[in-house]
Ligand binder design. Structure first.
Ligand code: SF4
Length: 366
């Protein structure tokens, strides 16, 4: 399979072509990537065309196909648009275009995997299981397609769609490089966020490698047993180990570590959590992003009422922890955090199961 152009920085493209005995200067490689990735042009013709020989070589040594858009679902309540994509091998994954407060600016929530292996108890994607890792170009393609159809600039990207980004580490880092590259997505590295449920070895690697993107770690409970029930990965990487890794990351960046807290009524908003957090915050300062749960199951976790949420926020503020409340978009259209893969994917999974049942041989009567 040829390398995809959306996965190659200009340096990597030049190296690839030179390896195939095609002369390509650094400036030419930058021009090619800029045209095809940053500008999203379909080819290298048009004004100031790239030399014919180089054009032919790029066509011969790279591919530029895009995933198929199966569905675009706008949510008129908040202006978000959910995209459902289908890859060549039939796996489906999603992205969400999110309007930002600054008029005419958008962010895109990207999937890093089709499905997810982490099995978080409150998350629709987790219930699908992992289908496969996405390639970096498939993540860049999500941005490109969303940007092409956006009425303004997509100036931010968050890896918070389907999948655990650090479970697909190399491809996510390459995608972030392409998205922030001046000839690629031209999104400032500060405006690219990678979220994780807390895979400690990958977190430590991320810190060692000194990447400039923002990192958010889902804490969601400070009580080890409860955290392990909500985020099964916590059984593999216990809280003290995670906090140690976060401390290293915060010290390397000279900043408070941001953690996400998915609020669930009657589960993780009470005095026991505040007490446990008191201990954690003595060890290191944290900044909290609070997100209301979006469990799509009828008997699933419920959103906290205003009074319960306010009590928890007040308690965090009393601990001198900065708190930001994050609002999910797309609740009405199954595209909010934890709901990706909720509806259409469940339908597709049901269709797959029905098709498998039809095509399966009848049970042996022997
Ligand atoms: Fe995976 Fe994130 Fe859902 Fe957890 S919350 S199952 S990491 S997609």
């Amino acid at each position: 399979m040829l390398p995809h152009l959306f996965s190659l920085t200009p340096d990597q493209l030049a190296e690839l072509l030179r390896g195939a005995d095609v002369p390509c200067s650094d400036a030419e490689a930058r021009r090619v990537v800029s045209r095809l990735v940053a500008d999203g042009r379909p080819d290298l013709t048009g004004p100031h065309p790239v030399a014919k020989v180089l054009r032919a070589a790029v066509d011969a040594h790279t591919r530029r196909d895009l995933p198929r858009v199966l569905e675009r679902v706008p949510d008129p309540d908040d202006g978000s648009v959910r995209y459902l994509f289908e890859a060549e091998d039939g796996v489906v994954f999603e992205a969400v275009r999110i309007p930002l407060h600054k008029a005419g600016r958008f962010s895109v929530c990207l999937s890093s995997q089709a499905g997810c292996a982490m099995g978080c108890d409150f998350c629709a994607t987790g219930r699908l299981g992992l289908k496969r890792n996405l390639k970096s170009w498939e993540m860049v393609a999500q941005w490109r397609i969303v940007q092409d159809e956006a009425p303004g600039r997509v100036s931010g990207a968050v890896f918070m769609g389907q999948g655990e980004p650090l479970h697909n580490y190399d491809e996510v880092i390459q995608a972030a490089k392409m998205l922030s590259h001046p000839n690629g997505g031209r999104i400032s590295a500060d405006n690219i966020t990678i979220s994780t449920v807390g895979l400690v070895p990958q977190l430590r690697r991320y810190t060692r490698e000194g990447h400039p993107y923002r990192l958010i770690v889902s804490l969601t409970s400070a009580i080890p047993e409860r955290r392990a029930q909500l985020l099964p990965v916590a059984g593999r990487f216990p809280l003290p180990e995670l906090m140690e890794a976060l401390k290293e990351h915060a010290e390397a960046h000279g900043d408070r570590q941001t953690v996400a807290w998915v609020l669930m009524a009657g589960v993780n908003t009470g005095p026991d959590e505040v007490e446990a957090l008191k201990g954690l915050l003595e060890g290191m300062p944290l900044r909290f992003n609070l997100i209301d749960v979006n469990d799509s199951r009828p008997d699933g976790y419920a959103r906290a009422e205003d009074a319960e949420r306010k009590r928890f926020i007040d308690a965090l503020q009393a601990l001198k922890a900065p708190v930001v409340r994050r609002y999910s978009v797309g609740r009405g259209r199954h595209s909010a955090c934890g709901m990706l893969a909720g509806k259409r994917l469940a339908e597709l999974a049901a269709e797959d199961a029905a098709a498998a049942a039809i095509s399966a041989p009848p049970p042996s009567s022997a």
